[in-house]
Design a protein around this ligand. Structure first.
Ligand SMILES: C[S@@+](CC[C@H](N)C(=O)[O-])C[C@H]1O[C@@H](n2cnc3c(N)ncnc32)[C@H](O)[C@@H]1O
Length: 305
């Protein structure tokens, strides 16, 4: 989603499909995709490495601060422009994260889930359709996104509670009882948060998660195609970029992600790169995508003693 439809691509990838096309296809399919999980980062060609290391100029401190101040506004404008039409429903979550089905202690247990940074609900509505024994808290800092969730015909207050919340500022316990959530999904959200504030968001999430509960994570991985095609002048910091519309994206290495979660009190359960190639049949192009797919638990102190 890095590029808008009208934005120009760098010259070497002129024929690449629009990011909207890449992202929505990539992240919607319930079928088994051609993807590889690996513990090692993508190895870049010499050419790509040179281009990336040549792009060292950072945006000014003033612009950097302005983007941080206007992060919420920029995402809200994103939803004003795109309404519910940008991302497709994410039907792959139960395939990739068996915990969504299997982490009940007993068959009839109602699973409590928090979708942190829910957007317009592309993750939650397939889950609600799929599983009757689930209650979902869903929050986002864009008021428009939250309103779209509430207007969805599948939204019903008995099974879902959507609310506005800045994960880096607003205590989730204002809407979600402390230690009450079995599973948190964090899907393409942490990358949108300033690296200096990621820990605040994780600590906030930890407070509402049950001891022994789990965070299911998928987000942009280091050297993803989207990272390589940012134009000069888009770099905010190491592995951190700004898109034309003012929304930002961080690209995670597995080491950096594990450190972030561990310093926020979690334990690593799984942490792998997912390599995929999105094929644009019409144009005969392969686009290499890199995601990081991971699981972290909140330690259950009572079980360790
Ligand atoms: C790429 S969208 C992903 C939405 C959803 N998780 C999905 O899978 O479709 C990222 C979302 O994170 C939200 N977001 C970014 N920073 C946030 C913050 N500090 N607090 C709450 N939500 C945030 C944005 O408003 C946006 O809806």
């Amino acid at each position: 989603m890095e590029l808008s439809k009208n934005e120009k691509f760098p010259s070497d990838i002129k024929m690449a499909p629009s990011e909207k096309e890449v992202e929505s296809k990539e992240e919607s399919s319930p079928r088994i995709p051609r993807q590889t999980k690996t513990s090692t980062a993508r190895v870049l060609s010499h050419e790509d490495l040179e281009r990336l290391s040549g792009d060292q100029a950072l945006v000014s401190d003033f612009k950097h601060m302005k983007l941080e101040k206007e992060a919420q506004k920029n995402w809200d404008l994103f939803y004003k422009r795109n309404t519910t039409n940008f991302f497709k429903d994410r039907h792959w979550t139960t395939r990739e994260f068996e915990e969504l089905k299997a982490c009940r202690e007993f068959e009839s247990q109602r699973l409590v889930l928090l979708e942190a940074g829910c957007g317009v609900g592309n993750c939650i509505f397939p889950l609600l359709e799929d599983d009757l024994r689930i209650f979902i808290y869903a929050c986002d800092f864009s008021p428009r996104a939250v309103e779209f969730v509430k207007q969805n015909p599948l939204y019903c207050p008995e099974r879902c509670c959507a609310f506005q919340c800045d994960l880096t500022k607003d205590d989730l316990r204002g809407n979600v009882p402390e230690g009450s959530v079995d599973v948190v999904t964090l899907i393409f959200v942490l990358s949108a948060i300033h690296p200096d504030k990621m820990k605040l968001a994780l600590q906030n999430i930890s407070r509402v998660l049950k001891p022994g509960g789990i965070v299911l994570f998928r987000d942009y991985g280091l050297y993803d195609h989207a990272m390589l095609r940012f134009k000069a002048g888009s770099k905010l910091g190491e592995n951190f970029y700004v898109r034309q519309d003012g929304t930002r994206s961080y690209f995670f290495s597995k080491e950096c992600l594990a450190e972030l979660f561990e310093e926020s009190g979690f334990q690593s359960v799984a942490n792998d790169y997912v390599f995929r190639e999105t094929v644009n049949k019409k144009e005969g192009l392969c686009v290499p995508r890199v995601f990081l797919q991971s699981k972290f638990t909140k330690p259950d102190q009572s079980q360790s003693s």
